[in-house]
Design a protein around this ligand. Structure first.
Ligand code: IPE
Ligand code: IPE
Ligand code: MG
Length: 246
């Protein structure tokens, strides 16, 4: 039986979040510049998005550039921004062919104008697609997002639009960039690092974490299927006992 056939379609995670890591090391292994790794990471993105659609995953969120990544060498940051524009432009057809709606989270106003424009254009073009929502986390960090939400809530309380006592987890969540998107049930990180790197801290409270040593440019839909299979073998207890669940 192929991997995808082994997956129980009734127990799919609705939302899979991915930390796409290891592009630089992949390039270094080949004696190339880091940018070469980023360029080849695009192939992995395409295959993963298509795999998610094939499987029926409704939300896929990819960590593409963190707030902290601005501290990288200027040339690498510039190359990543260029790659972002050209990739989104070139891959719009793939998104349309697969019924994928593009979305973005993060401090988008900090992106170069050209990036923002391309992003908005493709988001508009794909807005009516319903197979899967692909969210790119760009200039994103979870602490930035949570702080920003707290600020906006504070303003509402100050202006009398909201009472402090009315703030619930749901209200707080609805002020995050991911408002309207269910929390990820599965979070995948490539490259063998076992850390979260400021990604979706609020949203992954009860996500199953899956780590693979594969470097991102080598990641393919089969790896996504393997992660989903592993996820389906886990018992999600949400604080309860095994006996309570059975
Ligand atoms: C992930 O690969 C891509 C981004 C963070 C933009 P890296 O560039 O972090 O590659 P490594 O982790 O240094 O190998
Ligand atoms: C996390 O990868 C950010 C992205 C994948 C965009 P990093 O390579 O920046 O993470 P650290 O610095 O190794 O934790
Ligand atoms: Mg890295």
């Amino acid at each position: 039986m192929s991997l995808i056939e082994q997956i129980d379609k009734d127990k799919l995670p609705q939302h899979v979040a991915v930390i796409m890591d290891g592009n630089g090391r992949w390039a270094k292994e080949k004696g190339k510049l880091r940018v070469f790794g980023h360029q080849n990471g695009v192939v992995a993105v395409r295959d993963t998005v298509e795999g998610a659609v094939e499987l029926g995953i409704k939300y896929l969120t990819l960590y593409a550039f963190s707030t902290e990544n601005w501290n990288r060498p200027k040339l690498e940051v510039m190359a990543l921004m260029e790659l972002l524009v050209s990739t989104i432009s070139k891959e719009t057809k793939t998104l349309m062919d697969n019924g994928v709606r593009l979305n973005a989270i993060g401090n988008l106003s900090s992106l170069p104008e050209k990036c923002r424009k391309q992003l908005i254009e493709t988001i508009k073009k794909t807005a009516l697609n319903t197979n899967c929502t692909l969210t790119l986390a760009l200039s994103y960090s979870s602490r930035w997002e949570i702080t920003d939400a707290a600020k906006r809530i504070a303003v509402k309380v100050r202006d009398g639009e909201l009472k402090a006592e009315e703030i619930t987890e749901d209200i707080f969540g609805s002020h995050l960039n991911t408002a309207g998107i269910p929390d990820p049930e599965l979070m995948i990180r490539t490259s063998g690092e076992h850390r979260i790197s400021n990604y979706l801290l609020w949203q992954i409270a009860y996500a199953e974490l899956y780590f693979t040593s594969k470097l991102w440019p080598d990641f393919r839909r089969q790896d996504l299927f393997e992660a989903v299979l592993d996820y389906q073998k886990r018992e999600r207890r949400f604080g309860m006992t095994s006996e309570q669940l059975n």
